[in-house]
Design a protein around this ligand. Structure first.
Ligand SMILES: *Cc1c(COP(=O)(O)O)cnc(C)c1O
Length: 390
């Protein structure tokens, strides 16, 4: 029934069946386990012959509601919800890979994902290769017989570069390997990788899905046969999302479209106003015509998202002064919050990389990432301008 409804309606109406209490809003099911009316019912549930709930590490009505919604929004068949975005990434890797396997990833990935590849993959006898975000043609040369999947983020964090999803999905298909996309920055409201051929889509629900900086969460959705493997691994090893966080996130999704519209409007406004400022070397936002990947952005995203970067001409010293001059906007590693947030990737999230590695993924010493919030856009802009000029 929900399949023929539009995005906003799905995000609001895909909710749990009513209980005997006739509640209007989905209740919170804080229960670790469920009971069976007979020994036969329990046997059937454990043998996958019924959909009865068993134990909340496996699935719970609240996590089920959240997963269902994300599947409807992403156009995916099935999903599994986890305690954080990193738990979704780790669980997916562990469920699908075995010793000896190889993966290809874009060079610009979330810091903790980079750490899994570089610090832990060798320990498990797995390997990775990076292709440069702006050189998708490198991918084919990196494919080996043991390559299991291509992994990417678009827009990338923090450089805000875009990768052509349809193009990479075509390569994955040609070589019979999977395409996995971390869709955290765009959210399903702006971009649905499954439509372009992705096999799995991963989210840190901590970011725009919650949108108010309250709970951690993660989710992976996509092809049913892959999700079955991920679900089984998750059910056995326990990275599952808590029912409380799922309950919060299902409600958060009701306003995702509304919030994203405003995030995008505010971010585009700020990007346009800051572009050309005499203190700035560069302003990067997918829907600015000056963005080198503007055509890809137009093709696969319905708007530019809430994140932009600015690069100060004066390098780290100027960046530091700018951050310290801000009065309203706070320095924090989070993003996708109702409150505008700034970070300095070179000295924080990406400090473990060498200067050379940072430059290779577009992180100059003067680069600042701005997650544009839902405050009045003039107030956001004015705080940024007084900090630049101050
Ligand atoms: C934050 C983030 C993650 C990790 O999510 P957590 O919920 O913090 O574990 C993964 N990928 C991207 C792109 C992110 O921004």
């Amino acid at each position: 029934m929900m399949k023929d409804k539009q995005f906003e309606t799905r995000a609001i109406r895909a909710q749990l069946e009513r209980t005997d209490y006739n509640e209007h809003s989905s209740p919170l099911f804080l229960t670790s386990s469920f009971v069976f009316d007979s020994a036969e019912e329990m046997r059937a549930a454990f043998n996958d012959e019924s959909d009865d709930y068993i134990y909340s590490r496996y699935i719970n009505p609240n996590t089920n509601e959240f997963i269902n919604k994300v599947c409807l929004l992403e156009g995916a068949e099935a999903g599994f919800a986890t305690a954080s975005g990193m738990a979704a990434i780790y669980t997916t890797f562990m469920a699908l890979l075995k010793s000896g396997d190889h993966v290809i990833s874009c060079s610009s990935v979330f810091g903790a994902t980079h750490a899994i590849f570089t610090r832990y993959f060798p320990k498990w006898n797995m390997s990775h290769s990076y292709f440069h975000t702006n050189h998708v043609e490198e991918i084919e040369q990196l494919i080996k017989p043991e390559t299991r999947f291509i992994y990417l983020e678009t827009p990338t964090n923090p450089a805000i570069e875009l990768i052509d999803l349809e193009l990479v999905a075509g390569i994955a298909k040609k070589y019979h390997i999977l395409l996995i996309v971390d869709n955290c920055f765009a959210t399903p409201y702006l971009q649905q990788p499954v439509k372009f051929g992705a096999d799995l889509v991963i989210h840190s629900a901590t970011k725009y899905m919650d949108g108010q900086g309250r709970v951690l969460g993660g989710v992976v959705v996509g092809k049913k046969e892959l999700i079955n493997e991920i679900y089984l691994f998750g059910r056995l090893t326990g990275p599952s999302m808590s029912p409380f966080n799922a309950w919060v996130l299902s409600k958060s999704l009701e306003t995702l479209a509304l919030r994203m519209d405003r995030h995008c409007e505010n971010a585009l406004f700020v990007a346009q106003k800051l572009e050309g400022h005499h203190q700035l070397e560069n302003v990067s936002y997918p829907f600015l015509k000056s963005h080198p990947n503007y055509e890809i952005a137009k093709k696969q995203m319905s708007a530019g998202g809430g994140i932009l970067t600015v690069t100060l001409k004066g390098g780290y010293e100027a960046a530091k002064k700018f951050l310290d001059n801000l009065q309203m906007i706070k320095i924090s590693p989070n993003l996708g919050d109702a409150r505008s947030i700034v970070t300095h990737p070179a000295s924080s999230t990406h400090c473990k990389l060498s200067e050379q590695e940072r430059l290779a993924v577009g992180i100059k010493p003067g680069l600042i990432r701005i997650s544009v919030g839902l405050e009045n856009r003039e107030d956001i802009l004015n705080d940024l301008l007084q900090a630049l000029n101050g």
